[in-house]
Design a protein around this ligand. Structure first.
Ligand SMILES: C=Cc1c2[nH]c(c1C)Cc1[nH]c(c(CCC(=O)O)c1C)Cc1[nH]c(c(C)c1CCC(=O)O)Cc1[nH]c(c(C)c1C=C)C2
Length: 477
């Protein structure tokens, strides 16, 4: 049993690990070391006060990282239940426009193209022939790929055709990984597609109708399943920071938990003992360590060549631009927002200076704001495979108006732009095998299972993946 666990990194993975370890080992000392003074990683929510064009005040919640959660992530629902956050939930039902209506902005077409969400909307959709050709190709050609991993673009092109992979696949990958679908591993990023291909003997659509056994895992959910019945996504009145703040308050109240904020780690080594040196020069000798850092940051703390594959993946940087407009000026359609596929001519061409997509936040999260008809909030996401997009606000707004079919935008009440460097890892093909080898070396090498490596760079980039990984830490200890 561990007597002292050091957790390096206080994002949601590290906090989840601390929460679950402190429950499982109530007499073990747990030290969380985070170089920033705030916890929660890039899930940061800020409340701002704005005045509308008539001088009336409003309070608006802005997110700089993830903004909504899906109810299928049981590990997060469990935290909501155990931390008593149910009363601050903001729920978006499946019937809401934000859940049903998603758009693409396709170069060469005017305005937004709705994505079909049912058979009826498919029949009348401008994307009908693209979807039909994709369905026919997968069903009648069906191509099983036997050797190893491949990119998302290559997988989708094989099954659904190149046009589908470019239009739908690249846009989806922008919206989740802010990455180039030609570089992202299908096995690591969309394992369910590979499983469906296997079940359908080479046909993904057929395979997705065949059920697969799901591993049973016990979660302490209280009545969260019924609360989430019919819900598409959820957040909290004060945004996603609510989870990190509640975890921090919970951990701060535990006598066996020590929070070292504003303290980095400069060295991590293993001899007879594990040794962690902090940026303040303190030497800590825990029995076990959890790294919840981005993998290249962990690599920088270790002696050269200690662990394999930590620098194998690149990562995407994203600039998040939040805009607040007057309540009276609904200028965009109701819906989730829109994604922009990779330009046919490639990234960095004149038609797109670097915009990946735009979220119509008010359609799902207006309940975070006051008064009851609050200002309209919209978030544009830039960068990723385009590289750093240093765009003037006026240029961004000109593009937004153009994407919406040439609408005249109202005066902006508030805006801000935040650049998140290397915030989302891009799992390149072979990632799953590489992480298997990393786990083997951690188990069998000098660490002998005393170091566990988690975080978005290992097993998945969603909040659910990060919280789940933290929950599973140290189950062999
Ligand atoms: C802030 C930029 C982010 C981009 N991707 C992510 C973030 C935080 C991570 C991410 N986004 C989504 C998922 C899938 C989660 C799930 O479905 O369970 C992940 C891991 C989907 C998503 N994409 C956008 C939103 C609002 C959501 C819902 C989840 C969330 O709030 O993050 C919009 C969006 N995100 C990015 C871009 C470029 C984009 C464009 C409209 C990058």
């Amino acid at each position: 049993m561990p007597t002292h666990v050091a957790i390096i990194g206080g994002g949601l993975s590290g906090l989840s690990a601390a929460f679950h370890l402190s429950r499982r080992f109530p007499s073990t000392l747990i030290t969380i070391i985070e170089k920033h003074t705030n916890l929660g990683g890039w899930a940061q929510s800020d409340r701002i006060q704005v005045k509308d064009e008539h001088g009336r005040p409003s309070s608006v919640l802005l997110e700089s990282g993830p903004r909504t959660l899906r109810p299928n992530a049981n590990s997060v629902l469990e935290l909501v239940h155990l931390l008593g956050l149910k009363d601050s939930l903001v729920l978006t039902p499946r019937s809401a426009a934000a859940a049903r209506k998603r758009f693409l902005y396709i170069y060469g077409t005017k305005g937004l193209t709705p994505l079909p969400s049912s058979v009826a909307t498919l029949i009348s959709s401008p994307l009908r022939s693209l979807f039909l050709r994709a369905g026919l190709r997968d069903t009648f050609i069906g191509r099983r790929h036997r050797a190893g991993d491949e990119s998302v673009d290559s997988f989708l092109s094989r099954h659904f055709g190149e046009d589908f992979a470019l239009t739908l696949g690249s846009a989806l990958v922008h919206g989740i990984y802010a990455a180039d679908s030609r570089k992202l591993s299908v096995r690591a990023a969309f394992p369910t597609l590979c499983e469906a291909e296997k079940r359908g003997r080479g046909r993904v659509i057929a395979g997705s109708f065949l059920s697969s056994p799901t591993a049973a895992n016990e979660y302490d959910l209280g009545d969260m399943k019924s609360v989430m019945d019919g819900i598409s996504v959820y957040s909290f009145r004060d945004g996603l920071s609510t989870i990190a703040n509640a975890l921090q308050a919970h951990l701060a109240s535990k006598p066996n938990v020590r929070l070292l904020l504003g303290t980095g780690v400069s060295r991590l080594s293993i001899g007879d003992d594990v040794e962690v040196t902090t940026s303040t020069g303190e030497q800590i000798r825990p029995t076990h360590v959890v790294s919840a850092l981005p993998l290249p940051q962990l690599q920088a703390l270790l002696p050269p060549s200690s662990l394999p594959h930590l620098d194998a993946n690149p990562s995407s940087s994203v600039t998040v631009a939040n805009f607040v407009f007057p309540a009276s000026s609904r200028f965009h359609p109701e819906g989730f927002g829109y994604l922009i596929p990779r330009p046919r001519a490639g990234y960095g061409t004149a038609e797109n200076p670097g915009i990946l997509g735009t979220v119509f936040d008010s359609c799902s999260l207006a309940a975070q704001d006051t008064p009851c008809t609050p200002p309209i909030k919209v978030t544009m996401m830039l960068g990723g495979p385009y590289g750093r997009a240093d765009m003037a606000e006026s240029t961004l707004l000109r593009h937004l108006g153009l994407h919406l079919g040439g609408v005249r935008l109202p005066e902006v009440l508030h805006s801000r732009m935040q650049h998140h460097r290397d915030c989302i890892p891009t799992f390149t093909p072979g990632h799953v095998e590489r992480m298997g080898e990393l786990r083997r070396v951690l188990r069998e090498g000098p660490w002998k299972g005393r170091l566990e490596v988690i975080g978005a760079g290992v097993g998945g980039v969603s909040v659910g993946d990060c919280v789940e990984a933290g929950r599973n830490v140290g189950t062999d200890w």
